[in-house]
Design a binder for this molecule. Structure first.
Ligand code: FES
Length: 107
């Protein structure tokens, strides 16, 4: 049986507006993003060839760009800008008691 639960990651102050932060929660490598005050979390792996967004990517406006081959993804939908059938699965994220929590499956 798979269990999902909120897991505390890093102090909220660690996630700077406009930067990408890689974390591991219950074995899931995630990239955390704060953009225009909103929080986002996605798997830290580009679906094209597996580049880690947290080290190979960057933000541009409301887009997450992969630095390896320039695939870009809308933060709000997680979908690739040219192939909207390719989407990142957004991971629920929230700020609680000064820390960032993500909702992930226990493995
Ligand atoms: S690995 Fe991300 S665009 Fe190719």
């Amino acid at each position: 049986m798979t269990v999902e639960k909120w897991v505390t990651t890093v102090p909220a102050i660690t996630l700077v507006e406009g930067e990408l932060l890689g974390v591991v929660a219950l074995g899931h490598a995630l990239v955390l993003i704060r953009h225009e005050g909103r929080l986002y979390a996605f798997p830290d792996q580009c679906p094209h060839r597996g580049a880690p967004f947290s080290t190979a990517g960057r933000l541009s406006g409301g887009l997450l760009l992969c630095g390896w081959h320039n695939w870009t993804f809308h933060l709000d939908t997680g979908c690739q800008t040219h192939l909207d059938s390719v989407c990142l699965e957004a991971v629920p994220i929230r700020e609680r008691d000064g820390h960032l929590e993500v909702f992930v499956k226990e493995t």
